[in-house]
Write a protein that binds this ligand. Structure first.
Ligand code: S3P
Length: 215
């Protein structure tokens, strides 16, 4: 694997670190060039890390990061929980569709969507027309560890949150699988995951091309 965090460049010497960083910068540049103005959109189940990882991927690619849930909260001047409580889920979903369409018109970015957004056919079409979509996946144990840290997700206000997540994964995974690529998260640092994702995007967008070699 063309991974800036492994192999002979991953030493503790100053020269090794510098060379790993410049490899990473070359890979990031090659991804940006290949994106040719398109955005990168993270989709996947709640708690998988779309926002935390998306923000780091944006930093590596030197692109703005947008969090769809935060945009919805700002537009409504209410938290997601309050929108669900006051107006119900269908209202939230229609706001979510409009906000994603609007932000993707704002130019190239890395966008993290809420876990249910990609279920909407219109939203999938908008994303397909403007972005490379990336399904961030993980096993249920990792997701449960993460979702149990935050008690604000309305769909998990349920005596059996694991059952809810299992049901959602069964229903939603076939839709997430329509994304352009899939990355399975694992138990390493968020910075490492972000670098691995940029590497994967490079392999996807520049097949057979080594960004470190002038071709
Ligand atoms: C939802 C996921 C949440 C948020 C809302 C609904 C879902 O976003 O949009 O609570 O339907 O899975 P995250 O995936 O960022 O938690």
């Amino acid at each position: 694997m063309n991974n800036a965090n492994s192999g002979p460049t991953a030493s503790n010497s100053g020269a090794g670190i510098n060379s790993a960083l410049s490899n990473q910068a070359a890979v990031a540049k090659s991804v940006r060039d290949a994106l040719d103005g398109k955005s990168v959109v993270f989709v996947g189940i709640m708690g998988v890390g779309k926002s935390t990882i998306g923000r780091r991927v944006a930093r590596l690619l030197d692109l703005p990061f947008v969090d769809a849930d935060a945009e919805i909260e700002q537009a409504a001047d209410l938290s997601i929980a309050e929108i669900f409580e006051k107006f119900g889920e269908p209202y939230f979903r229609s706001g979510e569709r409009k906000v994603i369409e609007r932000v993707l018109k704002d130019g190239q970015q890395v966008l993290a969507t809420g876990g249910g957004a990609y279920m909407d056919a219109e939203t999938r079409k908008t994303i397909a027309g403007t972005a490379v979509s990336l399904w961030l996946d993980a096993d249920i144990e990792l997701i449960m560890q993460r979702v149990m840290r935050r008690k604000t997700r309305p769909l998990l206000q349920n005596p059996n949150p694991r059952g809810v997540i299992e049901d959602l994964m069964a229903k939603r995974n076939p839709y997430y699988a329509e994304a352009d690529c899939r990355f399975v998260s694992h138990d390493v640092s968020r910075d490492t995951i972000a670098a691995e994702i940029v590497d994967m995007l490079n392999r996807k967008l520049n097949p057979g091309k080594d960004p470190l070699v002038n071709q």
